[in-house]
Design a protein around this ligand. Sequence first.
Ligand code: FES
Length: 161
Amino acid sequence: MTRTKKTTKADLKKIDAIIGNYRGQRWGLIPLLHDVQMAVGYIPPEAMPRIASGLGMFPSQVQGVISFYTQFYTEPRGKNIVRVCRGTACHVRGGKTILKLVKRELGLEEGETSPDMEYTLETVACIGVCALAPNIVINQETHGDLNPKKVARLFEGKRKK
Ligand code: FES
């Protein structure tokens, strides 16, 4: 889905303040990126040249680090992150149906964020609780042994209108 949140002047001000904490210190790139993501929710592409110049690097170097680490996001994400497991154990116990139901409940495809910035839907390879398959994680909370009724209950009142 397309980006629905624009980087505001306030966001750029926050980012500039963070850059100020690491100015000229190339080693600080990763903690700086973490700080930016914590402050703004993601790393706006328009911030990359500022970050690069603040640290004395090329924008392509900053971009390279961001693309290497999966924990960095260059698109705004929802307040709630829903991760549906696509691992083998979940797959054989109905994970595909669970994914279909979650997509329907949220009105989102994988990788999309709702226009109101409430939800982002992602899939993961395995969340490490295969015995409870099929599983999903909403923010930090795991929900296992799912079936269509449980999925409907989890998203009650949160359906896309
Ligand atoms: S395969 Fe889904 S939790 Fe491991």
